[in-house]
Design a protein around this ligand. Structure first.
Ligand SMILES: [Zn+2]
Length: 310
């Protein structure tokens, strides 16, 4: 089976971040180096207590291919040997999410996206920045650990994020057996399809390009921010009636679809917002924690909507 997501190297057009090296460094004491290689020393367990490292290693050990030598899934704050008092899952570790984590008495946040505003979380460019300093101080003061689980959850088979959001949309049964991102629905207007996704994903708004009365049956769903060339490449290859994605660069896929519509192609675009398109993945993590570490209290925090921060 093939899965289209932000990181699927089985597809030649899905290679946006393929060459990014894991050269994360931090200005402070925050650990950002991967724990890969240390896993063999074994997780630390103290009675019913589990460490950050143990939870990370446990998830990674269940991912096909095991530990990656080149990944952004590193510890962004805190220490691997910290005993976990409670866990929060969220798409982004926003300051609001960190504050709520502190209020909950938790000290470990598992996120899907960066902490410090770039894919690698390299913070050298943020040296002296007041927002960065505030966030890092808050994390250090309260000894909060943050682990980004991005590459690993996308490598679970089937992709942990895509399958979770397809389940939320109730589309798993309509998924193509070889490319789960390709969904065949009974014909529906673009307008009604938008209404359906908003209702199922519990979001108030989407962005779209196309004729609201266009008939849509063949739906290509690519969560997250796959990048313009990946999204357009997938449209060319799979010829959907509509592409539903998390995020676009406004000068890439949106303009391509606009021109394709002007040419008379039966295509449209729905942009859900990055968070809404992958939020279900954080719920997947919550379920995984409940199953594997039932003694630890875990909470999912929704960090808002990418299309409206108010
Ligand atoms: Zn993702």
């Amino acid at each position: 089976m093939k899965y289209l997501s932000e990181h699927n190297f089985n597809f030649p057009f899905l290679n946006r971040r393929k060459f990014i090296k894991n050269t994360v460094t931090t200005a402070g004491a925050v650990l950002a180096a991967p724990l890969i290689g240390k896993a063999s020393s074994g997780p630390v367990k103290q009675g019913d207590n589990y460490t950050v490292r143990q939870i990370m290693d446990s998830f990674i050990s269940g991912v096909p291919g095991g530990p990656l030598s080149d990944t952004v899934d590193t510890l962004k704050a805190g220490r691997p040997d910290t005993i976990v008092k409670g866990i929060v899952t969220s798409m982004f570790p926003t300051i609001a999410v960190i504050r709520k984590t502190i209020d909950l008495g938790a000290n470990f946040i598992i996120v899907h996206e960066p902490t410090f505003y770039s894919h690698t979380d390299n913070v050298l460019w943020l040296n002296g920045d007041p927002v960065y300093n505030y966030k890092e101080d808050l994390l250090n003061q309260h000894e909060i650990a943050i682990w980004r689980n991005h590459d690993y959850i996308h490598r679970v088979v089937p992709d942990g994020v895509t399958s979770a959001v397809l389940a939320q949309l109730d589309w798993k049964k309509y998924s193509d057996p070889t490319v789960i991102n390709l969904i065949t629905l009974a014909p529906v207007t673009l307008k009604d399809l938008i209404g359906y996704t908003k209702q199922k994903l519990n979001i108030e708004m989407v962005r779209y390009i196309g004729n609201p009365e266009q008939s849509c049956s063949r739906v290509l769903f690519i969560p997250g921010a796959a990048g313009g060339q990946t999204q357009v490449g997938a449209i060319r290859k799979l010829k959907p009636d509509v592409l539903i994605c998390g995020e676009i660069s406004e000068w890439e896929t949106a303009e391509y679809v606009r021109d394709a519509v002007a040419m008379g192609e039966n295509i449209s675009l729905i942009v859900l917002g990055h968070i809404a398109s992958e939020e279900a993945g954080s719920q997947y993590m919550l379920n995984w924690l409940a199953k594997n570490f039932p003694s630890i209290k875990a909470t999912h925090l929704n960090c808002g909507n990418s299309l409206s921060f108010l």
